[in-house]
Design a protein around this ligand. Structure first.
Ligand SMILES: Nc1nc2c(ncn2[C@@H]2O[C@H](COP(=O)(O)OP(=O)(O)OP(=O)(O)O)[C@@H](O)[C@H]2O)c(=O)[nH]1
Ligand SMILES: [Mg+2]
Length: 355
């Protein structure tokens, strides 16, 4: 069965239907897993795109097919060479503009760049990813780059699984710089952090003295802070903001990867500071590779994804049984009428007691 039984609201089921249609189309246009994998390895972007679509499916057969593709392409080599860079920041801070400038620089340096744009809201609005594409117009045309919306929360396991599988597929297709753009809202940021080797936070000039709440939490996850829009009249304010953030960072707990978090000024629009950022990131990666932090983080991420995916698949497996699904729906009904508390409901469902 394909559907998340608890998916009740309309926009979610509409998104699921759209995902299902894409998956059916992807499969109808492709052949067996082996051919599909060969096409991906040979740089066929349509095949890559269709395989990424497949990661949205919760269906057993689709997952088995995806699994065969992943196994056939042998992800290890791409895995070793790649760098996964998560980019976050509030809407309008300039993430897409930055990715375009940075991506073009990476292409010039001989890299192949895949951009995955994670936007949970795009299921509803449908428009924001297209908007992103137009903001990365030059990069989208570059033959070294591949830009795609990432699979979204409609898949069981949500953004983290879909995005991670998409990353593996892109790496297998020979992309060695994977850039993941997220919208600046909680859930997607954490998921993207879990998929990234380096996590970059873009900020605006100003607002340096309100270092509380969510912003602080996200700052703690970041490896580099970039103050974007450090241009025109914004330069003086950007310098002041950078100084405030630098000061605040001294009070943060030490970074487990063994480096100081730097604050850099950039203008994505005018392409200033982007080269300096690349040099800084390269030196960080060198450090992480020499002190073991790079491999350690990937290993921890892999373990976490494994654990999460086992949980998701266990649920899917149970839901595939009509009796179990009926009991699930009965429990939901019981919860709606407050006849049971959520914890007892979960225990009953897992331990097969009646509700
Ligand atoms: N002055 C200035 N404007 C910039 C800079 N970078 C981006 N902008 C502008 O800021 C606006 C938003 O840029 P985007 O790159 O779309 O921002 P974003 O963070 O990707 O936005 P969302 O995807 O909607 O979250 C656009 O009008 C850009 O032209 C910059 O360095 N300086
Ligand atoms: Mg954007």
């Amino acid at each position: 069965m394909d559907d998340h039984p608890s998916a009740k609201n309309r926009s979610k089921s509409a998104a699921q239907k759209a995902a299902k249609d894409r998956i059916v189309q992807a499969k109808s246009q492709s052949r067996d897993a082996h051919t599909w994998a060969e096409e991906i390895k040979n740089g066929n972007r349509v095949a890559l795109s269709r395989a990424i679509t497949l990661t949205e499916s919760n269906n057993y057969e689709d997952q088995a097919l995806l699994d065969q593709i992943l196994q056939t392409i042998s992800i290890e080599k791409g895995n070793e060479l790649s760098l996964r860079i998560g980019i976050t920041g509030v809407p309008g801070v300039g993430k897409s503009t930055f990715i375009e400038s940075y991506g073009l620089l990476l292409a010039k340096l001989g890299h192949r760049i895949a951009v995955l744009a994670v936007d949970p809201s795009s299921e509803k609005t449908g428009g924001s990813i297209l908007g992103d594409k137009t903001r990365m117009e030059k990069l989208a045309k570059d033959r070294h780059a591949f830009i795609r919306p990432s699979p979204t929360a409609s898949a069981l396991g949500g953004i983290a699984r879909g995005t991670h599988e998409a990353i593996l597929l892109c790496e297998a297709a020979g992309f060695d710089r994977i850039i993941i753009e997220t919208v600046g809202v909680g859930q997607s940021e954490i998921a993207v952090r879990q998929c990234s080797d380096a996590f970059i936070l873009l900020m605006l000039p100003g607002g340096g003295d309100e270092l509380q709440g969510i912003k602080r939490g996200i700052m703690e996850m970041a490896d580099v802070l970039l103050i974007n829009k450090s241009d025109g009249n914004g330069i003086t304010l950007a310098r002041e903001t950078a100084a405030q953030y630098m000061q605040a960072l001294h009070l943060f707990p030490p970074n487990s990867a063994g480096h100081a978090v730097d604050v850099q000024l950039i203008s994505a629009l005018e392409n200033n500071g982007v080269k300096e950022f690349e040099e800084h990131l390269s030196s960080l990666v060198k450090l992480w590779k020499s002190n073991g932090a790079f491999d350690n983080q990937r290993m921890q991420q892999a373990k976490k994804l494994y654990e999460q995916h086992v949980q998701d698949l266990s649920l899917l497996k149970r839901w595939s049984d009509p009796d179990e699904q009926k009991r699930w729906n009965d429990t939901l009904a019981a919860l709606e009428t407050k006849r049971i508390n959520p914890f007892s409901a979960a225990r009953n469902w897992i331990w097969k007691k009646g509700t």
